[in-house]
Write a protein that binds this ligand. Structure first.
Ligand SMILES: Cc1ncc(COP(=O)(O)O)c(C=O)c1O
Length: 376
């Protein structure tokens, strides 16, 4: 990013000089890396966006056909970056929606419910791959097979899984994959990606139009990819950082990174199971099945915000407390009336020793709280 900012700092496609060509090369290199990571069909179908929310908005709003009945399916485990665009479309009369309830213990959606909800007007199924509240990994393969068979585009929100969990868009029948750049892909804030299956872009409308550096003689948005969805100068400095992050993931191998995360998940589950932590409840999948490295916990009698503050102040463990922009997920899991949960998440740079620091801290907090709140 420093090299790009100081030595290049040009807009791709906006000049014939060396710096502009270098910017174009760098953007393409990043598309190639992301395409390889997700086994996409073409780097040109990797579209750069502002963040995960922008990717989801472009996908959801792009699929609405004007003058037709449009229907979308999502689940209660969805993030507000799916719920809110769908609600906004519904309010304006552009979309009907089915929001499927999920299992209150695991957060899993039943793929058969999705199959039953599909109508001739269904324009999209929008599913979160890994819940940012409970860490639930949705049964994507089954859902992908249903959507492909019924001819309905499948949009996957991979905000919590891209770069963490292996994703193969072709094998999993994913038509649209939305990813923030700044989480598992290790890019900077202000970067995001939307992968669009080749051919589907022809059915999608653009959310914004403008200069692309291509077909400048025309005053109409080009139809070629990725230009169709990339109006205006791009965040090339951010893409330089994103590209480096994705290159690191490719070098390590996402399967290898996932194995490491699986070890951390196992270790955490084992400690939660074996240690004496009175009043602590793990929300979401109770075992190793169907989960990624996102854990939500509640401790009886301690507010989620208070628990987060204790973990930070006394143990230097950084967490997030509250509703995590996913209100219906908390309603599903019964944590809405508790003010949400405290959320812990793992990444490639965490170690088992750090999981131990966390679990020791939780045991101490639970022990102290149980002692002070015990009837005298
Ligand atoms: C599941 C999920 N979807 C979407 C988003 C939105 O991503 P962004 O913050 O990049 O817009 C997030 C962010 O936390 C998320 O966790």
């Amino acid at each position: 990013m420093m090299r790009f900012a100081t030595d290049v700092d040009a807009s791709a496609g906006r000049g014939g000089y060396a710096e502009a060509r270098e910017a174009g090369r760098l953007m393409h290199e990043c598309r190639e890396r992301i395409n390889r990571l997700i086994n996409g069909a073409s780097p040109d179908h990797v579209v750069f966006t502002l963040n995960g929310t922008d990717s989801l908005n472009i996908a959801i709003k792009g699929l609405v056909i004007q003058g037709m009945r449009n229907h979308a399916i999502t689940t209660w485990m969805a993030h507000n970056s799916v719920l809110r665009p769908l609600n906004a479309l519904a309010e304006r009369g552009h979309m009907e929606q089915t929001r499927l309830p999920c299992d209150p213990k695991t957060g899993l959606v039943d793929p058969d419910d999705i199959a039953r909800a599909i109508t001739p007007h269904t324009r999209l199924v929008a599913i979160v791959h890994g819940s940012n509240v409970s860490g639930t990994l949705m049964p994507l393969r089954e859902i992908g097979a249903i959507c492909r068979e019924r001819g309905v585009p499948l949009l996957v929100d991979a905000a919590q899984t891209a770069g963490h969990v292996p994703i193969d868009v072709r094998e999993m029948n994913i038509d649209l994959l939305a990813m923030p750049g700044h989480k598992g892909l290790m890019g900077p804030l202000g970067t995001g990606v939307l992968y669009i299956r080749p051919g589907l872009e022809e059915q999608m409308r653009t959310m914004r139009e403008g200069g692309t550096g291509s077909l400048s003689e025309s005053d109409v948005q080009p139809l070629n990819m990725p230009d169709k969805f990339e109006a205006g100068s791009q965040n090339a400095i951010g893409v330089a950082g994103l590209s480096a992050g994705v290159q690191w993931i490719l070098e390590q191998g996402v399967e290898h990174l996932w194995e490491h995360e699986e070890e951390l998940i196992n270790h955490m589950l084992q400690r939660l199971d074996e240690d004496d932590m009175p009043g602590l409840r793990l929300v979401g999948p109770p075992d190793f099945q169907n989960r990624c490295g996102v854990f939500s916990i509640v401790i009886d009698g301690i507010e989620p915000n208070e628990l987060s503050a204790i973990l930070e102040d006394e143990f230097s463990v950084l967490t997030r407390a509250g509703f995590h922009c996913a209100p219906l997920a908390h309603r599903t899991l019964g944590t809405d009336r508790l003010g949400g949960t405290t959320r812990i998440s793992f990444g490639a740079f965490n170690s088992e020793a750090e999981v131990d620091v966390l679990c020791d801290a939780l045991r101490e907090i639970c022990g102290e709280y149980a002692a002070t709140s015990a009837p005298s």
